[in-house]
Design a protein around this ligand. Sequence first.
Ligand code: PBG
Length: 322
Amino acid sequence: MLRRNRILRTSPAIRAMVAETILKPSDFIAPLFITEGEQVKEEISSMPGYFRYSLDNTVKEAKELWSMGIKSVLLFVKCTDELKDNKGTEAVNPDGLMQRAIKSIKQAVPEMIVMTDVALDPYSSYGHDGIVNGQEIVNDATVEVLARMSLSHAAAGADFVAPSDMMDGRILAIRNTLEANNFDKVGIMSYSAKYASCFYGPFRDALDSAPGFGDKKTYQMDYANAKEAIKETLMDVEEGADIVMVKPALAYLDIISSIKERVNLPVSAYHVSGEYSMIKAAAKMGWLNEEKAILETLTSIKRAGADLIATYFAKDAVKLLG
Ligand code: PBG
């Protein structure tokens, strides 16, 4: 039998009718970078078109995102140097910038799903995601602080905590701590397969959180490995994660798709800072059409199996989808 596959590509209407993957505004999680001060809107030099906002402007931004149909934000704060230490003191401060940000956003846009980054790097004098002892990033003592940090986010009103640290056992510890304190409606979006990646470079500029020594390879995963991503993710599911995540996204589409096949939870993917900056840079040079690159990239991440995408292009994408 002769098959004419091009029939289904004949016109825009036919192509729309048979399109398998359609992006929508509620697919996106918008990361927000928050800094102290008032009326601050600072462009991040390695992320052109993306900003750090003070609380007042963060609230404005959250309102705008909500009005566009974007239903979740993922919060990151830039901690001042004086407040950084090796214990995560500021991370659990009930009046810290993160805790104030959660409250302000929930007050202004109560329905917005507020997700918070849980890891020590923005608060660490060493720029590491955990407590440092000599050259080592100590697991269990870090997990204990991450659980207290999650609790303080929950107490401030966070809907989901999002541990991005890759310590062993943190999902169970966080879940137990939330339960023990009656926060049984707070979800956990686990960065379950997070790779040690050069694509986080611009993010570390945004928060001034680059590691002071060494790298993150003793806790984040080796990009040579795929089975390990399954192991990590299945453990997080058992420990009580509500949403699992693969990070970065574009160089890890195979990982997204194999995790999607194996778990019965929503799968998210983090289209990270370096992936954003690559498109921006190529577009600035006139080498790529930015708008087309955004939609093709995000559609491919969803096609691979991501139900949710954390992306710095959330607003642009919604505008482009019309
Ligand atoms: C911190 C954290 C990082 C990112 C999210 N949370 C950086 C890192 O692990 O070094 C990266 C996000 C991005 O690059 O957009 N634990």
